[in-house]
Design a protein around this ligand. Structure first.
Ligand code: TNX
Length: 526
């Protein structure tokens, strides 16, 4: 690989698979047109998108026109190609030179990523919202690029703290810039239910609002509260808009509906879903909670009704049903649950959880979808079918793979962006932990010692922004970036081409892009 240094080409994040320098640079100017292969709808859409993102900073008209040859002069072109095997479903080629820029890809995602690379090849001021007088130079390069993993995600916990739609859209745009393709929304938890379900309106009427929030830290003893009501939810119309907004940026939204644990907001709305007689409020303290759904047939059917509406809103293949931290105290203490265990002929509560998860798995599968759950879903020796999100550690992904299940890596050690990212004395209050940028970058989701089985089943990785101690969007951005930049490269760039010092050098320039899109990222240490 001829490395391109000393030009903006070296400042791409994530680093492309291959980049070679070519003679001559292209200057984007008032005469530049954006062209697309006539008749290719994906190329047309991408050309429109490219024009839309290049207009504000340049102030140029950038007309979008069909064309019959990619070689037209003074043009940026989008083309289909059948280089499918080499590029895969998300890869692309980008060639720039004196006459113009040509992006070609076998599918829409690749064309879209070509635009992201083109933006990063331009001076960082291309991310400004207002025009400036500037030579818009694209260095001459030939790039061939494709992702290492198909699952390149970020998780936002909008249940602990609600995030307005405009900040989700901003987050989606930032993910797209980093060629990430999956936004996991943690929509329900003990402290809030955030998605409108038409059949069960109390889920949001009651479940979306809590009286106040815990503000004190674990080590302080008795919790302290802010005394301020908190809540919010997304209507179905808003969700549809958001899903479309994400899809236009090659991002799938993965919805998570937690069960059987982390369910107190739903139980507050519909007490018959729980295990105790007294009414429960939407929870105001953080942490693992003994109030979980019961496993009655009526509760399973209720949750399947919820999933029916969720499937209608979110067209992606995967549906996340949580499954984590469901303490079994109440199932142990409940005569009804003990009778249920007996009548189903199960040995214990863990097998009742397995039964619960398998009912959801069969339900989702019968609708052509796939169940994802946190690694506790493997309790009770769950069969193949579900996809496991390994959060405890990487071994959970190995365990999943060896029992025939796909796995997504979300280990606390490398991907919990709610953990401290610097010295506790100077950082804003965080949940706990210590996860610095270099540690995130050092993550290899598929180390070379892994065998063929792991290779087949590990789909990729994602970063998690749990929001117990992250009440505002600005704070969420601070926790997510630049760690998400490091993770983007973990999941995109081939392992043998990753180097932390090289990344940091590119990142310094890249942060100028984040400045311009208004990301409130954490500054580097030096
Ligand atoms: C564990 S990770 C949880 C979340 C918390 C998180 C805090 C997981 C599946 N469950 O409920 O927000 O730790 O880091």
């Amino acid at each position: 690989m001829a490395s391109v240094t000393g030009t903006t080409a070296a400042n791409l994040v994530p680093r492309p698979v291959r980049i070679d320098a070519r003679d001559g640079a292209f200057t984007l100017d008032a005469k530049t047109r954006i062209i697309f292969q006539a008749g290719n709808e994906h190329a047309r859409e991408t050309a429109e998108y490219a024009a839309a993102v290049l207009r504000p900073a340049t102030g140029y008209g950038l007309p979008v026109e069909p064309a019959s040859s990619p070689d037209e002069r003074d043009a940026i072109g989008f083309w289909g190609t059948d280089g499918g095997a080499a590029l895969g479903p998300e890869g692309y080629r980008l060639r720039s030179g004196r006459d113009g820029v040509v992006v070609s890809a076998p599918a829409r995602a690749g064309l879209f990523y070509g635009v992201q690379t083109l933006r990063q090849l331009l001076p960082v001021t291309i991310f400004d919202a207002e025009p400036s007088d500037q030579a818009w130079l694209v260095p001459g390069v030939e790039i061939e690029d494709r992702p290492r993993f198909a699952w390149r995600g970020m998780m936002l916990d909008v249940a602990r703290h609600f995030m307005p739609l405009e900040s989700l859209r901003k987050f989606i745009d930032a993910m797209a810039l980093h060629k990430m393709n999956l936004l996991h929304l943690h929509l329900t938890d003990d402290q809030g239910w955030r998605v409108e379900i038409k059949k069960y309106p109390r889920l949001t009427e009651v479940g979306a609002w809590r009286a106040e929030s815990q503000i004190s830290h674990w080590d302080e003893g008795e919790p302290r509260f802010d005394g301020v009501p908190h809540g919010g939810f997304y209507s179905q119309a808003e969700i549809r808009d958001l899903v479309a907004y994400a899809a236009a940026r090659s991002i799938t939204i993965l919805p998570e509906i937690e069960m059987p644990g982390h369910a107190q907001a739903a139980i507050a709305a519909y007490p018959e879903l729980g295990n105790v007689d007294e009414p429960l409020p939407v929870r105001t303290v953080w942490g693992v909670n003994k109030n979980i759904f019961n496993a009655e047939e009526s509760t399973i059917l209720f949750l399947q009704d919820v999933l029916t509406e969720v499937m209608d809103l979110f067209p992606g293949t995967y549906i996340h049903i949580g499954g984590d931290e469901a303490v079994k105290d109440q199932w142990q203490a409940s005569a009804a649950m003990q009778a249920r265990i007996k009548s189903l002929g199960l040995p214990d509560e863990h097998h009742l959880q397995r039964y619960f998860i398998e009912r959801m798995d069969r339900f989702l599968s019968s609708h052509g979808r796939r169940l994802v759950g946190w690694d506790e879903i493997m309790e009770g020796n769950l069969g193949p079918g579900p996809t496991v999100m390994a959060w405890h550690d990487i071994d959970k992904a190995v365990e999943a793979a060896r029992s025939g299940k796909d796995a997504v890596l979300a280990p606390t050690e490398y991907t919990y962006f709610d953990y401290y990212q610097g010295d506790k004395e100077t950082e804003p209050l965080a949940i706990w932990g210590d996860l610095r940028l270099n540690k995130v970058y050092s993550f290899d989701p598929l180390p070379s010692e892994f065998g063929e089985v792991e290779r087949r089943h590990i789909l990729g990785a994602q970063g998690q922004v749990w929001t117990e101690f992250i009440p505002t969007t600005d704070h969420a951005e601070y926790m997510a970036f630049p760690r998400a930049c490091a993770l983007a490269e973990v999941v995109w760039t081939p392992q043998e081409q990753r180097d932390y010092a090289d990344f940091l050098q590119r990142l310094r320039v890249h942060l100028g892009r984040l400045d311009r899109i208004g990301m409130r990222y954490r500054p580097l240490d030096e």
